[in-house]
Design a protein around this ligand. Structure first.
Ligand code: 5AD
Length: 453
């Protein structure tokens, strides 16, 4: 039996990589299952960005390895960032892991599983674990296959791998390697094919999408390759919405800011990682912008789109962060009025410059700073949702909601909306009048003149 359960930790990029692995495995005759208790192969696609993410996956792998006692054919694999980061040393703690596959080798997973199965079938004792964390030229082009659910409306498209920014706190340059972009033609073709299969919203993914293609394509009239790509996707008739993540503030030059005024499918939602509001800390983080420059980008974007939604990433407790420096972050955080934010307590990542900096901040201080920002975020989010009450929002209908009570979709500002609808409307942009809000979600009624739901 070849039932594969894939568990994904971490970012959207990881989700996308898991999906591509699932598509390849299906094509090879494996069955992808959602129930981890009914699988013969478990693959953990891991995250290294904070210690907690690694510990979770290690705990899960240790637990899953016990399945081998009951099922000698059970196979366990660790894929992705932690596999890349720790390689064969993972076997010290987890000797029963059969497969360790890094971030440039996802496409090899079917071959490796086939090899392990063949060895089992031959009755041979399993070879020592397979470990492959090598670099591979062109590996960014291998994340292209999709497993679309029936009537899936949204999809992720990987446009680039790796990052050359070297932020002092970040393990990603080590786990994902150098920045490498996919050819624009291939990305556009993938989006066109997705549109033909019913996808209406594309999220372009990369570790630093604003740098997309910078070594491969020229600027045209001051327009960066990334914005050229946005223009190309905007021109695909079946695609109705475009999002992207994650950009870098340094990528928000005039061409990208203006794109929000002229590309009608580009949703007015920007994830703009701030990390810190202190110039000294930003410098120590090796983030090449100041708090004033960051604020200016937010203001410029709001000038082009007054209804712009913003989200951000913040790290509290970076080594040496004083109370005054944190107060500057808090002040800028409040001033930017975010609709959503991911607030992280600094986590030491061995091998990064910040790991060796003195003056690590105690956990209680990180916790308190984290809580202060969360309280501001919650107030902002409630305030924003209150302003949406009574308005009519354009919603892309994704499908039945989880409870099966009605349907769900998202606004252009990425707010989840629940409403009554019908299957017929899946994939359509519909007006929904918001009549109730909570912190996390909106509720409303379809406003379709003359259309019976
Ligand atoms: N500790 C805490 N947060 C981190 N991030 C990256 N590295 C670390 C770290 N060592 C956060 C950053 C980044 C997000 C994906 O994760 O805010 O933008």
């Amino acid at each position: 039996m070849n039932r594969v359960y894939i568990k994904t930790y971490g970012c959207q990029m990881n989700e996308r990589d898991s999906e591509a692995v699932a598509a390849l495995l299906r094509a090879r005759g494996y069955r992808i299952v959602q129930d981890e208790n009914a699988c013969d192969v478990m693959l953990l696609n891991t995250c290294s960005v904070r210690d907690m993410a690694e510990q979770k996956a290690i705990g899960k792998a240790g637990y899953a390895a016990q399945k081998k006692k009951r099922n000698p054919r059970f196979l366990l694999g660790i894929l992705g960032c932690m596999a890349q980061n720790r390689g064969a040393s993972l076997l010290d703690a987890l000797p029963d892991v059969d497969l360790i596959v890094g971030t440039q080798k996802f496409h090899q997973v079917p071959d490796y599983l086939d090899n392990l199965r063949a060895a089992q079938a031959a009755g041979a004792p399993l070879p020592t674990s397979i470990v492959d964390i090598a670099e591979e030229a062109g590996s960014q082009n291998t994340i292209r296959d999709h497993v679309l659910e029936d009537r899936q409306v949204t999809a992720f498209v990987s446009i680039q791998q790796g990052c050359n920014m070297d932020c002092a706190f970040c393990i990603v340059p080590k786990t994902r390697g150098d920045e490498r972009s996919r050819p624009m033609e291939e990305i556009v073709r993938e989006c066109e094919e997705l549109a033909e299969r019913g996808v209406r919203e594309i999220t372009l993914l990369g570790q630093i999408v604003t740098s997309y293609g910078r070594r491969d394509y020229a600027h045209t009239d001051g327009v960066t390759p990334f914005v050229q790509l946005l223009e190309r996707v905007n021109a695909i008739p079946g695609i109705k919405r475009i999002r992207f993540t994650s950009p870098h503030p340094r990528g928000f030059k005039d061409d990208l800011i203006q794109a929000y005024g002229r590309l009608e499918k580009l949703c007015e939602y920007v994830h703009l990682p701030m990390q810190s509001g202190s110039d000294r800390i930003l410098k120590a983080m090796n983030r090449p912008y100041s708090r004033d420059r960051y604020r200016q980008i937010v203001d410029d974007l709001r000038r082009v789109r007054p209804d712009m939604y913003f989200s951000t990433d913040i790290i509290v407790g970076f080594p040496g962060e004083t109370d005054e420096e944190f107060a500057q972050t808090r002040e800028l955080f409040a001033a930017c009025n975010y609709d959503m934010a991911y607030i992280f307590k600094y986590s030491i990542r061995t091998g990064t410059p910040a790991a060796d900096m003195g003056d690590q901040i105690p956990d209680e201080v990180k916790e308190a700073r984290n809580a202060e920002l969360l309280a501001i975020l919650q107030a902002n989010s409630n305030r924003r949702n209150a302003t949406l009450l009574g308005t009519t929002q354009e919603v892309l209908v994704e499908g039945p909601d989880k409870k099966g009570l009605g349907f769900m979709g998202r606004t252009r500002g990425n707010r989840i909306v629940h409403f009554a609808a019908s299957d017929r409307l899946i994939g359509e942009l519909v007006p929904v009048k918001i009549d109730r809000v909570s912190t996390a979600v909106l509720y409303g009624q379809l406003e379709l003149a003359g259309v019976k739901v």
